[in-house]
Ligand binder design. Structure first.
Ligand code: NAD
Ligand code: MG
Length: 390
């Protein structure tokens, strides 16, 4: 029996993880599940999976969660501290699927107890890559990628030497607006940005796919996770989302990972690693697909990609600034306070402002410094947006 926990169990990745675990109740013992305001879902899954502990991120929902679990013997807890404690509960495998920088601290606690951390929360690596990797190493904990592109690269690298890698190519669907005329992007609505052509995901990552901020985060995630230089990382627009990533070796070979756009592949791979087991994902019919298309990403359409390059050049805590400013700009776009293109403009302005006080970016990468930088970047994003508004 493997003891497993899911941080962010009620979300899109979390629910796919619940699905895979529920199919194999004899192989897994569920320790902790965490969620946000969706108490009904959290309680139902905790009951169905016979979890030991259920945690809501919101202190105000504690009574509701307790009531929903009464008579089950399942422990209920609430608030940010309880969330971090959930990561520290002894487990063999922990899914990190909280969205945003909020996933960093509980994930670090899971690594500190030596658990294998299945990392969907790419923001952890963007904000604090070195810290996450060092923590894993110090506690002999394993970090497995769950992002589909990074799982694909990981799989293409099995048995290979990273020094033989010439380049890593990650694919991007191009998101909701890939075929829109550029001038129309300014007017793109929340509803339009919230529907993805190929993948069913949480709202935030879906909008980040339309703006390519998701791919920008993933380029940084690739650099951090695989330790290769930014010049070796390429992004290609591939509208079908069938090839998830490719690894090019120095002999010219290009290894591609193909699969239906279903996150249960990457999640299931990390769940069963190092074994491969049957997964309930669609098998590809290549004759029916008939063709796969590729095009270079348009820099004018996707300014987020150039910002990711800027962040990788700058290093230090600039990833934490980038991610936090992006999260805040996204909050404002969702709230209808800024337009679609203003998200990238805001992030760029915040990165520039931090350059006037470079000491902040160059501070040592501790959890405290990352948290403080994240906090300050959100304030700067609010100020930038406030200044633009009036
Ligand atoms: P989601 O919005 O569907 O779910 C997020 C989960 O985190 C929910 O359980 C929610 O309750 C919880 N949560 C949100 N804010 C929180 C906070 N401040 N504190 C504690 N918990 C909080 O998101 P998702 O699409 O499942 O994405 C989760 C993570 O996985 C993200 O980092 C995303 O980038 C990554 N990811 C997602 C997909 C996908 O297909 N959805 C693919 C690759 C990577
Ligand atoms: Mg991805």
């Amino acid at each position: 029996m493997r003891r497993v926990s899911i941080l962010g169990a009620t979300g899109s990745i979390g629910q796919n993880t619940v699905d895979l675990i529920a199919r194999n109740p004899d192989r897994f013992q569920v320790v902790a599940l965490t969620g946000g305001a969706n108490i009904d879902q959290l309680a139902a899954d905790a009951r169905a999976l016979k979890a030991q502990l259920a945690v809501t991120a919101h202190a105000g929902h504690y009574q509701a969660l307790r009531a929903a679990l009464s008579g089950t013997g399942i422990e209920a807890a609430a608030g940010p501290e309880a969330l971090i404690e959930a990561g520290a509960r002894p487990a063999d495998w922990v899914m990190s699927a909280i969205v945003g920088a909020a996933g960093l601290a509980p994930g670090l606690r899971a690594l500190e107890q030596g658990a294998t951390l299945a990392l969907a929360n790419k923001e952890s690596l963007v904000c604090a890559g070195r810290l996450v990797l060092d923590t894993a190493q110090r506690h002999a904990a394993r970090l497995l990628p769950v992002d589909s592109e990074h799982s694909a690269v990981f799989q293409a690298l099995i048995g290979e030497d990273i020094s033989a890698v010439e380049r890593i190519v990650i694919t991007a669907s191009g998101g909701a607006f890939r075929d829109w005329p550029l001038e129309a992007l300014k007017e793109a609505t929340l509803e339009q940005a919230s529907s993805h052509p190929n993948w069913a995901m949480g709202q935030r990552i879906t909008i980040d796919s339309a703006s390519m901020f998701n791919k920008a985060l993933e380029v940084i995630e690739t650099k951090e996770y695989f330790g290769i230089s930014p010049e070796q990382i390429e992004v290609i627009v591939h509208p079908e989302s069938i090839i998830h990533a490719m690894v090019g070796f120095r002999d010219g070979a290009l290894m591609a990972h193909l699969g239906a756009p279903d996150m249960r592949h990457a999640i299931g791979y990390a769940l069963n690693w190092p074994d491969r087991r049957h997964l309930p994902v669609a098998r590809l019919d290549l004759a029916q697909l008939a063709q796969l298309n590729f095009r270079a990403p348009d820099a004018a359409r996707y300014p987020a990609l150039a910002l990711a390059r800027q962040v990788m050049r700058r290093g230090g805590l600039s990833g934490a600034v980038f991610n936090a400013a992006k999260e805040r700009a996204l909050d404002h776009f969702i709230a209808g306070r800024i337009g679609f293109l203003e998200m990238a403009a805001t992030v760029e302005a915040v990165l520039d402002r931090f350059e006037t006080d470079p000491g902040l970016i160059d501070a040592p990468m501790t959890l405290d410094n990352v948290t403080q930088t994240d906090h300050l970047a959100r304030i700067r994003a609010d100020e930038t947006i406030g200044a633009r508004a009036g």
